[in-house]
Design a protein around this ligand. Structure first.
Ligand SMILES: NC(=O)c1ccc[n+]([C@@H]2O[C@H](COP(=O)([O-])OP(=O)(O)OC[C@H]3O[C@@H](n4cnc5c(N)ncnc54)[C@H](O)[C@@H]3O)[C@@H](O)[C@H]2O)c1
Length: 259
């Protein structure tokens, strides 16, 4: 007979979250710490320090690390510092991302590299240094932030769609390679979520903010934008033992947007 288990508890776990100074990464740092995880919050934006402080003031454990996920040197140094503070890593949320809303014709080569480097190369580099640590400790859970646009195309989003498609399939490849080390790797794929990135997209497309946000919610079966908390809930599930036999999957969290 199955019993009720405290499977959602992350007590004693250490979670590393990139892009944790705002939006989905910040919401996830708040939620995972509420479930008992010690969180390492990585970002290029030093506002992450204030956010980590707020989490500590709520009686939880969080440390901010200024780290650019496109830099192998900064990642090596930061992973070393995380281990110095927390001794291990159980959960890695590769979430840092940026977008440039242009067609391939209009896109500058530097813009292509910027979006690819933060999203895709950042995920590769973080995983490269964290997986051996997880493997040595007997396993872990990695969650990569994809997007609905990693599964279908979107307008004026050529490099973003390419980058997110790469993340969804990189996730599957990593799941195949590292299952034997008891490391599960899944992607969480948000639809339009009310964060600074979505507002920045509206600005890039020359839209009025409120109209853009309203328009982005339209046509979704659940008729609203996502909130960082909606995505964080899915990350909590994939980080916890409730998803113990799920790896290589792409979980769509979008109010039914691509249904
Ligand atoms: N908001 C949406 O509608 C939406 C939809 C689908 C997927 N996503 C994805 O969710 C993730 C989080 O985005 P968000 O919406 O919370 O946006 P956000 O702009 O609020 O957060 C992204 C964070 O990443 C950080 N970041 C950028 N470059 C970095 C770098 N080189 N190194 C470390 N940190 C860096 C930023 O400073 C920022 O704090 C991204 O991967 C994004 O592509 C967002």
């Amino acid at each position: 007979m199955l019993q009720k288990k405290e499977v959602l508890s992350l007590e004693g776990k250490v979670a590393v979250i990139t892009g944790a100074a705002s939006g989905i990464g910040l919401g996830t740092a708040q939620l995972l710490s509420a479930y008992g995880a010690k969180v390492a919050m990585l970002d290029v934006n030093e506002k992450g320090e204030e956010e980590a402080q707020k989490i500590r003031e709520a009686g939880r454990t969080a440390l901010f690390f200024k780290c650019d996920v496109t830099s192998i040197h900064e990642i090596k140094k930061t992973v070393h510092e995380i281990i110095g503070n927390f001794k291990k890593i159980d959960i890695l949320f590769n979430n840092a991302g940026v977008t440039v809303r242009k067609t391939v014709v209009d896109l500058e080569e530097s813009e292509w590299d910027f979006v690819m480097d933060v999203g895709l190369k950042g995920t590769y580099l973080m995983s490269k240094f964290v997986i051996p640590i997880m493997a040595e400790a007997g396993g872990g859970s990695i969650i990569n932030t994809g997007s609905g646009w990693g599964m279908k195309g979107g307008d004026k989003a050529a490099v973003y769609c390419a980058m997110k498609g790469g993340i969804v399939n990189l996730t599957r490849a990593m799941a195949i390679d590292h299952g034997v080390q008891n490391i599960r790797v899944n992607s969480v794929n948000p639809g339009d979520t009310n964060t600074s990135m979505l507002k920045e997209e509206g600005r890039q497309l020359g839209c009025e903010e409120m109209a853009f946000l309203k328009d982005s919610a339209k046509g979704r079966p659940l008729e609203r934008l996502g909130l960082p908390e909606d995505i964080a809930n899915a990350v909590l599930f994939l980080a916890s033992d409730l998803s113990s036999w799920i790896t290589g999957s792409a979980l769509v969290v979008d109010g039914g947007g691509i249904a």
